[in-house]
Structure formats: C-alpha cells, structure tokens
Design a protein around this ligand. Sequence first.
Ligand SMILES: [Zn+2]
Length: 371
Amino acid sequence: MAPTRPGISPHPGADVASPSRTAGPRFIRVLLSGGTSGVVLEGETIRAWGVDGSLAADAAGRVTLAAVGERIRWNGSRLLGGSLDVAGAPDLRVGNRKVAGRVRILARKGDLLAVAVEPFEAYVAAVVSREASPRFHPEALAALAVAARTYAVGAAAKPRDPAYDVVASVEDQVFDGMDGVAAVFREAADRTRGVVVRYRGELARTVYHSTCGGRTEDAGSAWGKDVPYLRAQLCVDCADSPVYRWEYRMPEAEGRRVAKALGVPPGRDLRIAVTGRTPTGRASRVRVSSGGVSRELQAAVFRKAAGYAKVRSLKMEIVPAAGEWRITGEGWGHGVGMCQYGANGMARRGAGFREILARYYPGTVITGESP
Ligand SMILES: [Zn+2]
C-alpha cells in the first residue's frame, strides 16, 4: 500500500537502487514515458534534486520539463543537469498518472525518460487494479496480486535498462498510476506482501488471462514451449464470466481487410476456416484462401489481425454466413495459467489464494513473507 506522504522528505539518496540489489524488493522502477521531448509534472509543491543530492529546483502547481541534449530544461527557462529526482506534495502527477513514489527524470540524447520509483506493493496493487474488477472476491484478488508480484520480482531481477526495471505498458504489466486503485486492491497486495510462486526454486512464469471458457491451455500448445506447471486444467469456475461464451459477427468488409492484411488478396470466393486444433480444442491453424492464393497460418496470427477484443480467444468456430462470418467462442485471452474468472469462482466457493494458485500452477511452491 502506498505510504501517505505528509510532505516532502529529504533527497531519497540510495533508496532508488534496483530492487534486485536489496534483500526483498522495496521499490520497482517503472518507465512511464521515454523517447519524448517533454514531460509535464503536477503537484501543489514540486521539488527536484540533482544527482549530488542538492536541491536543484522547486515549483508550485505545474512544471514542464524538456530534454536539451543530455540536460533538462525546467519550465522553459533554467537548464539543469541530466538527472533529477522529483517529489511532490501532497502527491505528484506525471503526465496523467498519479505516482505513489518519486520520479527520476533523465535526459538522454534529446529524449526525456520519466521513471517512477514505486513502492513495490503499491505497484502490485496498481497492476491488479487494471486486470481485475473491484467486485472480485478478495481471495481471487490476492491470488492475482501474487501472480503480478512474481512477474515483477522476476522482471526487477533482470532490469530492462540500467535506468528502469519495467515499462508501464503491456510489454510488462500495465501500470496506470495510483488513480482508481481501490482499497480492495491495496489490501490484496498488502496481505500477500512478499509472496511469490516458485518452481524448483526459480520464480514461476505466473501468466494469467481473463476467462478460459472451460479449460485452460498448455503453454506448449499456445507458445510452442512446454512449461511443467502451465498445463491444461479443467475449469468450470469461470462459467459466470460475461465472456464465457461470445459471438463476433465479422462483416464481409472486415474479413476482406483481415485477408489482405494476412497476404491474401480477397476475391468473391474468400474463405476463412479453422484447419487445426490443440488438444484443448483451441484453433491452432487458420486457412485464408481466395482465387489461387491460399495461406495457412497460426491461429494466433489471425486473431491478432482480426483484433484481440473481437476474436477474444482461439476457442472458436468460424462459420461463413450471408454477408459475414459468424465467429463464436468461449473465454477471453490466451488461456494459459490462471483463469481470473475461474479464480473468482473458486474464491466464492470458499477457496483461499494459495489453493487457487496451486490449482492453476500445479507443482509450484508458494513462498514469501506473508504467513
Ligand atoms: Zn476458467
């Protein structure tokens, strides 16, 4: 949970080290924006320190920062050094995001990087808040917090860059700041503080998805590489998910667009069909053909071209109809690992977060600080 900040304390000093260098991660460095020429900071009081720990600048309300080569221009006037640690009181906003910790601003060859140094559990809570509904059962949220933390601890042990551990987008986990992070999310992170999932001593790949639609998927079938604890599990607990069953009526024009994007010039005889399935019944191959051109491709490539929010999973059937393709399916997401709605269903039936994790990551061990 984010500590409340009564005001701006002195320069943070060494506490912005990568969490991998501390016994248990206390902070995680999240790249909020990079490769931009400017960043806007907002806070009632804003204060910035240079690398030597001396106060470099302060302001009230709003500050615009810009990169000038390897230096930072403060509010369009003063030229400061290439690295600033910024804090705000009572809080600090970077772009549209409210951060829980401080922000390190770096100038690199005319680009400005904004790196939030977030208390680890605040980051976990924020990630879960983007993934799950606040109406989820607390035990399901706790299981998700453990999964998100396990990923983050692993990522922080292998930083993406000397200046940051993770990025704030889907390439890692979506971090949108602390706005809208309801108490239930902070509680889920707090009560599982430090808990991670391991397999044979190593951090597990705790992947998850919205809804499996009845059976999770093998990592080997989805991604071509078997993972001992990411194997298909029967799951009847997600039946109340709004996307347990779905239908997408892909209009003819959209089918033509997708075919074209996949390298098949669409004629009147355009055909799109599932030609291969995994043992759990998910589409593995899709054939797109028209005229003399026929392409069989990975079903995941088709799903990406058609749109992840339209073709919500590969547990689907494609049926040509008049002027459209009727695509009906089950679940949302890749189906590997923990099914979030399944976790919620289990929790409602009385399961605790450890039981939930053991079900979706069989053979793993749950370790960490929380009793
Ligand atoms: Zn499920």
